[in-house]
Design a protein around this ligand. Structure first.
Ligand code: ADP
Ligand code: 5GP
Length: 206
């Protein structure tokens, strides 16, 4: 029996380890589709165009909005970020899980458009550890780092709109927690309806 595929949203404060967690998950589940966002933010030294983000100008970003090419978009830390629509739709149609690593505003928008999506909020083990990780990453100057920590307080208020939380303490544990959330979600009886609608069902002869 093929389990249903999911539209997954991973959010959480900057520096909590979303990128690290998701890339470790993707190594273990290359069959999933990881959405690559558009952003007007400048690339960090190690970031690669088309792998981490599609880095675009504000004008190019506006064009994508006008052409309705974005599934969702938001302004985060003064820059624009958005999810290209078509690749996500294609991945879901082909039966793959689609993973969006996006901010809380985007998460809520996705849930509104796709109520069956699954929203997962990644929490740090503590505030101090969040600061340590953001500092250790060394990609933000002191002012930007401070601003990201301030915004984190607002982001936590969105936790109530999410379906699950997980704590990224030990990375390996967090990855297996993520796997277990996804496993459980795929085994919800309510999602079996999807098979019946598609003329299949758990007892259908393949
Ligand atoms: P985000 O994508 O949420 O902004 P990153 O994935 O860039 O965060 O991680 C921020 C920093 O924290 C990086 O230096 C990363 O190596 C480190 N990190 C991520 N997960 C863990 C973890 N579980 N334990 C310790 N350090 C971590
Ligand atoms: P960063 O600049 O650290 O890569 O990302 C900053 C924030 O933007 C993070 O919370 C990240 O999840 C979010 N983000 C990345 N891509 C998108 C996107 O396509 N849409 C939205 N709404 N947020 C995004």
């Amino acid at each position: 029996m093929k389990l249903p595929n999911l539209l997954l949203v991973i959010s959480g404060p900057s520096g909590v380890g979303k990128g690290t967690l998701v890339s470790r998950y993707m190594e273990r589940h290359p069959e999933s589709y990881l959405s690559i966002s558009l952003t007007t933010r400048k690339p960090r030294p190690n970031e690669v165009f088309g792998k981490d983000y599609f880095f675009v100008t504000p004008e190019e970003f506006r064009k994508e909005i006008e052409n309705d090419n974005l599934l969702e978009w938001a302004q985060v830390f003064g820059d624009l970020y958005g999810t290209p629509r078509q690749p996500v739709i294609d991945a879901l149609r082909s039966g793959r899980d689609a993973i969006l690593e996006i901010d809380v505003q985007g998460g809520v928008r996705v849930k509104t458009c796709f109520p069956e999506s699954v929203l997962i909020f990644v929490l740090p083990p503590s505030q101090e550890e969040l600061r340590r990780r953001l500092t250790k990453r060394g990609t933000e100057d002191q002012e930007t780092l401070q601003r990201r920590l301030e915004v984190a307080k607002v982001e936590f208020q969105y936790l109530k709109y999410y379906d699950f939380f997980l704590i990224n303490d030990l990375l390996e544990v967090a990855v297996s927690d993520l796997e277990r959330i996804i496993f459980s979600e795929k085994h919800r009886v309510s999602r079996m309806e999807q098979f019946f609608k598609e003329g299949g069902g758990p007892f259908a002869i393949p």
